[in-house]
Design a protein around this ligand. Structure first.
Ligand code: ATP
Ligand code: MG
Length: 568
């Protein structure tokens, strides 16, 4: 058998729908083979409901739901809702909507860490009883000081040797709301000299007198993420706790807790987060953009959120094909935005109806075309899909063409329209520019042209050739629309630690209000992808469109820089 050369395989091969394989699947397969957990596979996707999901979350969800499906197991959706000050019902709902949109199914297993608060509290009591946890009265600042650094060991808290009895009374008091926020915490009693800072008596519970979206005022203490996460996985019988590499150093802590508690021990496996070039995916940064009104909301089409991408016209098929293609690795790396766009384009190419639209119109008057005459020209709806058929588009004396398809003084290799030059009108005739009309500022506002009636269908009977083909719409028949063009949202110099002001790329949105599209788009519906010939893929912006006032988002342009780079 020929082993294909990876270099030559290019994107087409990587898009083939074979079952993905990676080091995590290898581990799961081994465990199933060895009949670990009775051969069961249970995974979970554990978002904190403190923001909308982004494309990085799609990678994680795709992995967790995908592995469960592949091995006949289940994947829970579990909200890690342990920080009531940042969490909201809006996020709980949007997360489910986005995951459903991606096509994932968690049955009736939309679970919440907050549902385990009683059980988690019971675990805390058990640790105290075993002498493995204590109530500490150091302030948060003192706890930091006592913790030491990477090079220096920490120091024991003066409260570390409280008796079990005293700890139980104090913990109960914390739960009963008897103490102020910040005055006390419950800490694990592990090792203040550990080389792993996560093991230096980490905080398990803190006092927070904030109402919780689900448990209301019942609790005045909340478990930390580190305490809730592993134990919640255990309670759910998760077999493989898949998480991102930042948690590798927390694994010894999770192991320690599960061992002390003597409960089901999931196997934690870490993988690299998705980083995308020209994009930041921290929910904190994205929340900043939303709160400062720099974007119109979490679903602004510039956002790397799933709701933003959906509004922009990205489909689940494109996103999932991208997730398959990037695969799963242990080492962090950055994936080119162009690669995601490549998968969007591949998907749109198959589905999109080809139409003509003119973003920045320049008027053309065809002097030898009879006034009042209209004829219909046949156009192909999708060359990738013969079943999409054809449609008729009107042609008349006055057209609009793209401003950039005309240059008064064309440079070499410019094959579009110029004075005295001839081009082909897509699906139409040859068109020749005879003269230009300028306004008082010297700007070209109209072209006076002639057409050759013998060139219908785009070919001259005398064998004369033209090099350029341009798109157009009939002025009187075209539909005025708004078009929004996007660039990456974040200013290039922004980094995760960067200031939140000036975060937005000032060119990230360009709104065109003079655009015109062919009349077949008058009743265009949201959810249908279109290719405006030569300009890119577009979709209707559902939120801002109304009948008679359509707004189109450009999903992606046509130029595939990623595929080009793969082939080079
Ligand atoms: P952020 O840093 O964006 O706020 P997070 O990790 O705090 O993300 P969670 O809600 O905790 O957000 O994430 C839910 C799941 O998605 C976690 O298992 C997390 O590891 C995973 N995840 C988050 N961001 C990425 C990413 N960029 N790539 C892959 N997985 C991710
Ligand atoms: Mg997190």
């Amino acid at each position: 058998m020929n082993t294909p050369n990876v270099q030559q395989m290019g994107p087409a091969a990587s898009e083939e729908a074979s079952a993905p394989s990676d080091f995590i699947r290898d581990i799961v397969a081994e465990d199933v083979e060895a009949n670990k957990n009775g051969g069961r596979v249970v995974t979970r996707f554990p978002p904190e409901p403190n923001g909308y999901l982004h494309i990085g979350h799609a990678k994680s969800a795709h992995l967790n739901f995908g592995i469960a499906a592949q091995y006949g197991g289940t994947c829970n959706l579990r909200f890690d809702d342990t920080n009531p000050t940042r969490e909201a019902v809006e996020y709980i709902e949007s997360i489910q909507e986005d995951l459903r949109w991606l096509g994932f199914d968690w049955g009736d297993r939309a679970l919440f860490s907050s549902d385990y608060f009683d059980q988690l509290y019971g675990y805390a009591v058990k640790l105290v009883e075993k002498g493995k946890a204590y109530v500490c009265d150091l302030s948060p600042e003192q706890i930091r000081q006592y913790r030491g650094t990477l090079t220096e060991p920490g120091r024991d808290s003066p409260y570390r040797d409280r008796s079990v009895e005293e700890n139980l009374v104090l913990l109960a008091g914390m739960k009963a709301g008897e103490f102020d926020e910040g005055s006390r915490v419950l800490r694990a009693k592990i090792d203040m000299a550990s080389g792993n800072i996560n093991l230096r008596d980490p905080v398990l519970y803190r006092i927070l007198k904030a109402p919780h979206p689900r448990t209301g005022d019942r609790w005045s203490i909340y478990p930390t993420y580190d305490f809730a996460h592993g134990q919640s996985d255990s309670i759910e019988g998760v077999t493989h706790s898949i998480c991102t590499v930042e948690f590798e150093d927390h694994r010894p802590l999770y192991d320690w807790l599960l061992e002390q508690l003597e409960i089901h021990h999931p196997r934690q496996i870490e993988f690299a987060r998705l980083n995308l070039s020209e994009t930041l995916m921290s929910k904190r940064v994205l929340l900043g953009l939303v709160e400062q009104g720099q974007v119109s909301g979490w679903d602004d089409p510039r956002m790397p959120t799933l709701s933003g991408m959906r509004r922009r016209g990205y489909t689940r098929e494109a996103i999932r094909a991208f997730c398959d293609a990037i695969g799963v690795a242990k080492r962090n790396n950055t994936v080119e935005m162009a690669m995601l766009e490549h998968f969007v384009r591949e998907d749109q190419n198959k589905k999109a109806l080809r139409v003509m639209g003119v973003l920045r119109p320049l008027k053309v008057v065809i002097e030898n075309y009879p006034e009042g005459q209209v004829e219909e020209l046949e156009a192909i709806n999708n060359p990738e899909d013969a079943s999409a058929g054809t449609r008729m588009i009107p042609f008349s004396r006055e057209l609009y063409i793209e401003q950039e398809d005309f240059l008064e003084e064309p440079p070499p290799k410019y094959f579009r329209l110029a004075p005295g030059r001839e081009v082909r009108l897509r699906y139409g005739f040859f068109l020749k520019c005879e003269s230009v009309v300028k306004d008082e500022t010297g700007e070209v506002v109209e072209l006076r042209c002639t057409y050759d009636p013998e060139t219908r269908g785009g070919h001259a009977t005398d064998g004369r050739k033209v090099k350029g083909t341009i798109h157009w719409v009939s002025a009187a028949h075209s539909v005025p629309v708004e078009v929004r063009l996007y660039e990456h949202p974040l200013a290039p110099e922004t980094d995760e630690g960067g200031k939140s002001s000036g975060l937005l790329n000032p060119n990230s949105l360009e709104t065109l209000t003079e655009s015109r599209v062919e009349p077949s788009l008058r009743d265009a519906r949201p959810g249908t992808p279109y290719q405006f010939e030569r300009l890119g893929y577009f979709c209707i912006d559902e939120a801002d469109s109304s009948p008679g006032a359509l707004v189109f988002n450009r999903t992606v342009s046509l130029r595939d820089s990623w595929r080009k780079a793969q082939r080079a």
